[in-house]
Design a protein around this ligand. Structure first.
Ligand code: ADP
Ligand code: MG
Length: 246
């Protein structure tokens, strides 16, 4: 069994005349957190829309755990958990109801679902809040519920699209730590889209995306060595000229 959870090859996509992705290719491995770093408009969310099959690319190839997402969609997508840039929880349902709904969509029985819901909520210190309506939760707690939901069906790959934007510092740190723990403990593969360089940890892999093109990729240490930069901030500046960085 391959340790490559996500394989992308020669992927291009345009919105009419606007080219959003231009011959993008890279791998995301199990047991690694891969940071997809790029300013606003780089193409990060478009890439996620293609991986999740919201959009269809005419050019290029995407494989999840060795399954082609077009030809073997069900097998491929069963390996995928997603937290989208905009929250997709139902605010009028409780935490548990939101999670049960997702579990049902993945064909999980009620008993198995409730076990997994308890496991993931406890891991995120959210089990006590399970009966509350989502609209009563703050932004950080909503994000935790979304991460728990994305993991319920035990995916091999977790996609996170700017999961900490708009959160306070402690909530951001909690999510960064939680995701890195998951990567280590569960051998999970993570692709984390962000424009915030302080979310990159020393052992992460990095893909720098700018104007739809991959500008640099590899283990952070290797990228630093290859580019002669001293930190991820310099790498970001070098390839994006600070465009989009607040
Ligand atoms: P990011 O998530 O990195 O901020 P996006 O994938 O949202 O980048 O956007 C990439 C490019 O595609 C930008 O130029 C953006 O304006 C354009 N774009 C994104 N969504 C649409 C859309 N629905 N229609 C037209 N253009 C879009
Ligand atoms: Mg985006």
């Amino acid at each position: 069994m391959t340790d490559i959870a996500l394989h992308i090859e020669n992927l291009s996509f345009a919105y009419g005349a606007t080219k959003a992705l231009d011959r993008v290719g890279f791998n995301v491995r199990c047991g690694e957190c891969t940071i997809l770093l790029g300013p606003n408009g780089a193409g990060k969310s478009t890439l996620f829309s293609l991986i999740t099959r919201l959009y269809d690319a005419r050019e290029g190839r995407i494989e999840l755990c060795g399954f082609d997402i077009k030809r073997q969609s069900l097998k491929a997508l069963a390996n995928l958990g997603v937290v989208f840039q905009q929250t997709t929880l139902d605010p009028d349902l409780s935490v548990t109801q939101n999670l049960r709904y997702h579990a049902a969509l993945h064909g999980m029985g009620r008993k198995a679902a409730d076990l997994r819901i308890r496991e993931e909520l406890e891991r995120l210190h959210m089990f006590e809040r399970r009966g509350e309506k989502v609209r009563q939760l703050n932004g950080g707690h909503k994000r935790r519920v979304e991460i728990a939901r994305a993991l319920l069906h035990n995916p091999r790959l977790l996609l996170l699209d700017e999961p900490t934007v708009g959160l306070d510092v402690p909530s951001r740190q909690a999510i960064v730590e939680h995701v890195h723990d998951l990567v280590k403990q569960q051998n999970l593969a993570v692709l984390w889209a962000t424009h915030l360089i302080d979310e990159i940890a020393g052992q992460d892999s990095l893909i720098v995306l700018h104007k739809g093109q991959v500008k640099a990729e590899g283990k952070l240490a290797d990228v630093l060595q290859a580019t002669g930069c001293s930190d991820a901030g310099q790498v970001f500046q070098k390839f994006t000229q600070g465009g989009g960085q607040p």
